[in-house]
Every structure is written in structure tokens, then in C-alpha cells.
Design a protein around this ligand. Structure first.
Ligand code: C2E
Ligand code: CA
Ligand code: CA
Length: 774
């Protein structure tokens, strides 16, 4: 006992023993002194008792260690947390007997430091693991302790339990970290994992798990369960919710918290005892995770290995965590929604153009030596614009949805359908489907499926599609090249009459591609004045004299020589350059006619072809008048050739434009007559002076009687309408003879002369054609 120095114990006991001088006879003085000492000792004893009581009442740890760091005093709080019945049991021990080694060493070093430096350590945070396994955070202060003569006795320490505060700090920090993860779009699985770990850190010995409710609203999927038995987690994944499906299945079903404090007695777990045993769990409290709008997103569950009900603090924590989980899940779903919208077409739900390269890369990765191809199919609905224009966008949209569904239905899940926009789709076919034999039959079936009749908004439709195909790797290795080639092939399919498909061929590429290069060349050619006119004479069938010439445009191409109009007029029309080209042509023709007149050559009518776009262009009549003015040509010498369809497109405007120009003397001819379907009575309304019988009928006159009948009918019709009639494309003397006999007024064609350069034409003006003899 004496070896154990305790300031509040033994030495006072020793004093007590020492100071009892029983039996000495005393004087009054002595008696008084004795009485004094007795009362002093009583006071001391009482003081000792109070102090002991106070020290033991304090919930903080208090202790004194000697210079060798052995306990010479400890209070009850400390002793009981360290697993001792009485404080006495701690005396003489060192930290090494009480704490894990690293913790004990820290305490040893701190005590030595205080004694060596003679300076206290104030409020230092310490982490300890108690013998029962519980973890504590302490704020400790340690002071050097000196005896009455000033010698160093040891260290006095006091430690306050700050575990709750530390937990609250960690919870706050942890939640902040989770929110930070949510806001920086960390993967949902990581966020949920972090959230569950945070909760497990707060609730000693309990295990957490999060399940997510599937889009179908029926199945629960694994979300996070970092500490549960993985086999248990695997078996729970995909479980169907219901009124009696453990804690989570039921919580999601009932949309309310389900507390099962003993799995083996609760009927909700009746079917899942084996599962619980596998997981080693006995209690499970599950809380539905709900969106702001109240939709169930999943469940948040806490498991205990022993039967247990939650306390209010645990419930609070669980509810807070479920709320954060809801934010994480909702946010992720919103992000997914946004990403989906950015990458998909909202109408059909198909991936959009932005996904093309990615999808193609994916398809290319599926290529094997046995199936080495990817087919890129560019699909375009024929005449879709007409549907939209005539029946409205709602009908058009619905038609596209149906077409998209049919495409998907005819492809395997591994093939991809994308919508590029409008009525354009791209299909990416891999594996067997991309092999030539299968591809053909697949596309035939697809085409047939698309052209099945559809009913949209009560209206029956029959649409067809055109497809162009390019093959990886033969026709290109990247999305751009393959798409351009598939598009070119599609253009070819359209040209071939639509409702068909065409596989890209580099040889045909030139003719099939919508030639942007050519368009640029035309633009440059216009600027460089590379377009020239050739002239073809028209003769009077009574006299053989040249009564007119038709101006026919040619392109003096710097590399490719003289090009015929068929090679560039359609492109110029499509690409919006026809107005500029038409204006140049009209100027050249008028200037030429005026030049011939000034040269004193016999007067002829100058016929100039006009394209539909030019004719429909605002201010075109003014443009013609301006050109006549500037070139000085007499308007009576100019004839403009229009086709029937140009007149019929907008009858009133056509009449107005023509009347405007007729009023100054310009005349109009109807070109390619017979190929359109204009009604005879309609023709009466237009100020036309000539009909040009199309080459097709002229060709036929020598062949059979029906061809002759049509030509004769046109001639007589023209005459009834007081029009002159000219035959185009006259190539043989037989044709010419027939036309003369049928009463046709004029003729033009290779038999008489091919279109020729202006100087050749000038030389011919004034000469007469000699009709071949009978
Ligand atoms: P088009 O107006 O029907 O012109 C008549 C075409 O028939 C010319 O072809 C001419 O060379 C050709 N031709 C003339 N006689 C015969 C013949 O006996 N047999 C055959 N087989 N063909 C004959 P070209 O010059 O190649 O012009 C083709 C088309 O290009 C023209 O058909 C016209 O639609 C258009 N075109 C020509 N020049 C212009 C122009 O300046 N402006 C516009 N907008 N179109 C033009
Ligand atoms: Ca013509
Ligand atoms: Ca013609």
C-alpha cells in the first residue's frame, strides 16, 4: 500500500496512523493541542471524503500518473470505462495494459513530455478504443504535478469525452462531402456508397444499404451496401416489391417506413429467414427514399446483427440520410434525362446525329473476321415534305414515329437506328445483317414494311422510302466519310425513281452525289463569264427561211471543255444559282440579237429558255425590261420559252407576269408541249403566241399512226387557239415531210442545223433551208 503513492489516499492514512498519540498524560495545553490536532485531522478526513466524492462524481476522466507513467490515482468514470469495478484496480497499471499499443505509446510520450518540459498540454484531442470495443474521442489536458517540497511527482490529467461532438463534426463534414460529390456529378454508386459508410460510422455496429426502384416501379436494384455480405446483396438485387417482402420490399410498396426489430418473429420476413441467416442480420429498418414530388426512388435500410429497435437519434439520422440519398438520386435522374434529351430525338426516342460517330465506333468494335463489315444505311422517306405540307406537322410527326417503329421492329437489338433530323434516318447494321446476301433481303423486307399502308389522324397514307448504303471498311473508315457515301447512294436511289435502295459505288459517285463541288464551280464560272450561248435556227415550213433562233446555254469549262446544259442546269436550279445564270443568258441573247440587227442581218426572233425559279422570282419582269432597255433590243424580237407546269403552278401570277411583258411586245412560247397535262381551256387564259411540240411526239410521227395522231391534234389545237406551232427535234426528212403536210408552221432540229456558235449562226442568217425532195 505504501508503495502506491496516492495524494488523496495513503499518505493521509499514514498521517492518521502516525498522529494518534494515545495514552499520553496531558496538561491543559497539551489537551488543547490534542483537541486542535484531532479537529484538524477530522477536517482533513472530511475534506478527503468530499474530494473523493467530487472526483468520482465527475463524468470526465481524472488521473495521476507517477514519473514512470503508472497510475497512482484515477476516478470512477475512467475506471469503469476501462472495465474495472473500482478505481483502486487501476493503481499501479500502465497504459500498455489498458489500450492498444499505438494509443498507449502516445499517452506515454505525452506524459514524458509534460514532465520533461514542465509545460502542460491543454485540450488535446485523443482517440481511444476502449476494452469493450467502443471508440471514443477525448479532449485531454495534462499538467506536471509537484510535491510539497517542489519535487516532481508525476502528471495530473483530465479528459473530457467529446465523441458526440466529433461524430456530429464528422457527420457534418461527411454530409458536406456527399453534397459536394452530388454537385460535381460523381457517379451515383460512389455517392450512395459514401453516404452509407457515413451512416455506419455514426451508428456503431449497424450496417446500411440503399436499393433503387427500377424504372418499371416494381423491382428493387442494388444501390450501395458496402458492409453487407456480397452474396446477400446479390440475392436481394432485382427483388420485386410487395405488401410482405421483408423490410425494403414492403417499405417501397407501402411508401412508408418499416421497422422490423426482430427478423425471426416479424411476419414480413417470414419468407426470408434463410436470406437473413446468410446475411447474418436480425433487425432491419427500412425507409422509402422519396423525390420532392413524393415518388418512391428506392429504400434506405439499416441492419443490426442482433434484434434491435431504433432510438429517436438513430431515426433522425436515418431520415436525414434518406433525404440526401433522394437528392443524389433525383439529381442523377435529372442529369440522365438531360443527357438523354441532348443525345436523342424527343419525337422517336432514337439517338440523334450527335451519337452517330459514337454508335459507329461501337459497331466497328463488333466487327469480327467472320463478319468484317458494318453497313451504314441512309434512309429517307419519299415525298415526306408533301405529307407535312398537305396534312400538317402532327400527321408528319406521327408518320415518322410509325416509320421509326417499323425500322426498329425489322432490326436486331444490336443494330442501331438514329434519326438525323427531318425524315432522314441512319441504320447501322453489324454481324450477319451486314453481309451482302443478308443485307439485300433485309432491306427489301424493310422497304416493304415501311410502305405498308398507315392510318394517321384518320387519314390513310402509303409512304415509301429511299435508302443508300455504304459499307465499312470498303467505302470509308470514319462516320463522316461513310455517311457522305451512304448519302450519295441514297441520292442515286432517289434519282432511280425512289422506293428503292442503292449500294454506294465509287464509280457512280460523280453522278449521284448532290454536287456541292460542282455548285461552287458554277459560282466561279458565273463570275468568270465561262457560260456561252449557242444558237439553233428555226425555219418557216412554207419558205424554208430562218425565222428564229433558240439560245441554248453551254459552259466553256476550263478543264472539261464545252459542257451541255443537262450537266449543270439541274445543279444550278437546286443550288439557287439559276437566277444569276438565267440573267446572264438573257443579257447575252439580247445583246447578240441586237448586234446581228446592227450588222444588218435579217431580223429573227430570239427564243430564250426560262427556268421555273426565274419565272417565279419577284421582279423578274422588271429584270427582263431592264435588260431590253440596256441592250436596246426591240421587245418584239424576244420570245421567252416557258413550260406548262410553270404556268400551272400559280396561274394568276403567271398571267400577270406574262401580261406585264406582253404589253411591251415580248412574246411567249410553250416549250415541250404535250408533256404536261394542262387543260386546253386553261391554255386560253395565257398570252401565248407559240406551241413547241415536244421532241418525243416528233420522233413518233414516223413510227406509227398514234404518234401522227397526237402531232396532228397538237397542230390543230394550236391553230384553233390562233397560235403558231413549231416542231422540235426534227431529225429526218420523213418527220419533216409529215409535219409540213400536217400544217405545222415551223421546225427546229438536227436535220436543219445543230446548235452552233454565234459566228456560224451569223453566217447562216439570211440563207434558206432547201427541203429535201419527195
Ligand atoms: P430544250 O429547251 O427542249 O432545248 C432543246 C434541246 O434539244 C437542246 O438541247 C437542243 O440541242 C436539242 N435538240 C435540238 N434539235 C435536236 C434534234 O434534232 N435531236 C435531238 N435529239 N436533240 C435536239 P440542249 O442544248 O442540250 O439543252 C437541253 C435543255 O437544257 C433545253 O431543252 C433546256 O430545257 C435547257 N436549257 C438550255 N439552255 C438553257 C438556258 O439558257 N436556260 C434554261 N433555263 N434552260 C436551258
Ligand atoms: Ca427550249
Ligand atoms: Ca423543248
Amino acid at each position: 500500500m505504501a508503495a502506491r503513492l496516492t495524494p488523496y489516499g495513503d499518505d493521509i492514512v499514514e498521517d492518521d496512523d502516525r498522529g494518534s498519540p494515545a495514552g499520553s498524560a496531558g496538561t491543559t495545553v497539551q489537551a488543547e493541542a490534542d483537541a486542535n490536532e484531532a479537529s484538524f485531522l477530522r477536517v482533513l478526513r472530511e475534506e478527503k471524503t468530499w474530494l473523493r466524492t467530487m472526483v468520482d462524481q465527475v463524468s470526465d476522466y481524472m488521473f495521476v500518473k507517477d514519473t514512470n507513467c503508472r497510475f497512482i490515482m484515477a476516478n470512477r468514470a475512467m475506471a469503469s470505462d476501462l472495465g474495472f469495478e473500482s478505481a483502486e484496480d487501476l493503481i499501479g497499471r500502465t497504459d500498455l495494459e489498458l489500450y492498444p499499443f499505438p494509443i498507449a505509446m502516445t499517452f506515454y510520450r505525452d506524459a514524458k513530455q509534460v514532465m520533461r518540459t514542465d509545460k502542460p498540454i491543454i485540450d488535446q484531442e485523443e482517440f481511444v478504443v476502449l476494452p469493450n470495443g467502443s471508440k471514443r474521442w477525448l479532449a485531454s489536458s495534462k499538467f506536471p504535478l509537484r510535491g510539497s517540497t517542489g519535487e516532481l511527482i508525476g502528471v495530473f490529467g483530465i479528459s473530457r469525452d467529446i465523441t458526440e461532438r466529433k461524430k456530429a463534426d464528422r457527420l457534418r463534414d461527411g454530409q458536406a462531402q456527399v453534397l459536394e460529390m452530388i454537385s460535381s456529378s460523381a457517379p451515383l454508386s460512389e455517392v450512395l456508397d459514401c453516404l452509407v459508410r457515413l451512416l455506419e460510422d455514426q451508428l456503431d455496429g449497424l450496417l446500411g444499404s440503399i436499393l433503387l426502384l427500377d424504372e418499371d416501379g416494381v423491382h428493387l436494384r442494388h444501390g450501395a451496401a458496402p458492409s453487407l455480405n456480397p452474396e446477400y446483396t446479390r440475392l436481394v438485387d432485382g427483388i420485386e416489391i410487395g405488401p410482405c417482402v421483408g423490410s425494403c420490399g414492403t417499405a417501397a410498396y407501402r411508401r412508408e417506413q418499416v421497422i422490423v426489430s426482430d427478423i425471426f418473429t416479424d411476419p414480413l420476413w417470414a419468407d426470408f429467414h434463410a436470406l437473413a441467416e446468410l446475411g447474418g442480420v436480425r433487425a432491419c429498418w427500412s425507409t422509402p427514399i422519396k423525390s420532392l414530388a413524393g415518388k418512391v426512388l428506392g429504400t434506405f435500410a439499416i441492419y443490426s446483427r442482433a434484434p434491435k429497435a431504433p432510438d429517436p437519434a438513430e431515426l433522425r439520422l436515418i431520415n436525414d440520410t434518406a433525404r440526401i440519398a433522394a437528392i443524389a438520386i433525383e439529381r442523377k435522374q435529372a442529369e440522365e434525362q438531360i443527357r438523354f434529351l441532348a443525345h436523342h430525338d424527343p419525337l422517336t426516342g432514337l439517338p440523334n446525329r450527335s451519337q452517330l460517330a459514337k454508335c459507329l465506333d461501337k459497331a466497328i468494335r463488333l466487327v469480327t473476321p467472320q463478319t468484317p463489315r458494318v453497313a451504314v444505311v441512309f434512309l429517307d422517306i419519299d415525298h415526306f415534305k408533301a405529307v407535312n405540307d398537305s396534312f400538317g406537322h402532327a400527321a408528319g410527326d406521327q408518320l415518322l414515329v410509325i416509320a421509326a417503329e417499323r425500322m426498329k421492329a425489322h432490326l436486331r437489338a444490336s443494330d442501331v437506328v438514329l434519326r438525323l433530323g427531318g425524315d432522314e434516318f441512319v441504320l447501322l447494321l453489324t454481324g450477319e445483317a451486314a453481309e451482302p446476301a443478308n443485307l439485300q433481303s433485309l432491306l427489301v423486307r424493310l422497304r416493304a414494311a415501311i410502305s405498308e399502308p398507315v392510318e394517321v389522324l384518320g387519314q390513310a397514307f402509303h409512304v415509301t422510302c429511299s435508302m443508300g448504303i455504304s459499307i465499312y471498311p470498303q467505302n470509308g473508315e470514319d462516320a463522316d466519310t461513310l455517311l457522305v457515301h451512304a448519302d450519295a447512294a441514297m441520292y442515286g436511289a432517289k434519282q432511280a425513281g425512289r422506293n428503292t435502295f442503292e449500294i454506294y459505288s465509287p464509280l457512280r459517285a460523280d453522278e449521284s452525289a448532290p454536287n456541292l463541288v460542282l455548285l461552287e464551280e458554277i459560282r466561279a464560272g458565273l463570275a468568270r463569264r465561262e457560260f456561252v450561248l449557242h444558237y439553233q435556227p428555226q425555219i418557216d415550213l412554207e419558205t424554208g427561211e430562218i425565222c428564229g433562233v433558240e439560245a441554248l446555254v453551254r459552259w466553256q469549262h476550263p478543264d472539261r471543255g464545252l459542257l451541255a446544259p443537262d450537266l449543270f442546269i439541274p445543279v444550278a436550279e437546286e443550288g439557287g444559282l439559276i437566277n444569276a445564270l438565267g440573267k446572264q443568258v438573257l443579257k447575252m441573247a439580247c445583246r447578240q440579237a441586237q448586234a446581228w440587227k446592227l450588222q444588218g442581218l435579217p431580223p429573227v426572233t430570239m427564243s430564250v429558255n426560262v427556268s421555273a425559279r426565274q419565272f417565279a422570282q419577284r421582279g423578274w419582269a422588271e429584270q427582263v425590261k431592264g435588260i431590253l432597255n440596256r441592250t436596246g433590243l426591240d421587245p418584239h424580237a424576244l420570245e421567252l420559252e416557258l413550260t406548262e407546269s410553270m404556268l400551272m403552278r400559280n396561274v394568276e401570277q403567271a398571267i400577270a407576269t406574262m401580261n406585264d411583258l406582253c404589253s411591251i411586245g415580248v412574246r411567249f412560247a410553250i416549250d415541250d408541249f404535250g408533256t404536261g397535262y394542262s387543260s386546253l381551256s386553261a391554255l386560253r387564259s395565257f398570252p401565248v403566241s407559240r406551241l413547241k411540240i415536244d421532241q418525243a411526239f416528233v420522233r413518233d410521227v414516223a413510227e406509227d399512226s398514234s404518234g401522227r395522231g397526237i402531232a396532228e391534234a397538237i397542230v390543230s389545237l394550236g391553230h384553233k387557239l390562233h397560235l403558231r406551232v413549231i416542231a422540235e427535234g426534227v431529225e429526218t426528212p420523213e418527220q419533216l415531210a409529215f409535219l409540213r403536210q400536217a400544217g405545222c408552221n415551223e421546225a427546229q432540229g438536227f436535220l436543219i442545223a445543230r446548235p452552233m456558235a454565234p459566228s456560224d449562226m451569223a453566217a447562216r442568217l439570211g440563207t434558206a433551208f432547201v427541203f429535201p425532195g419527195p
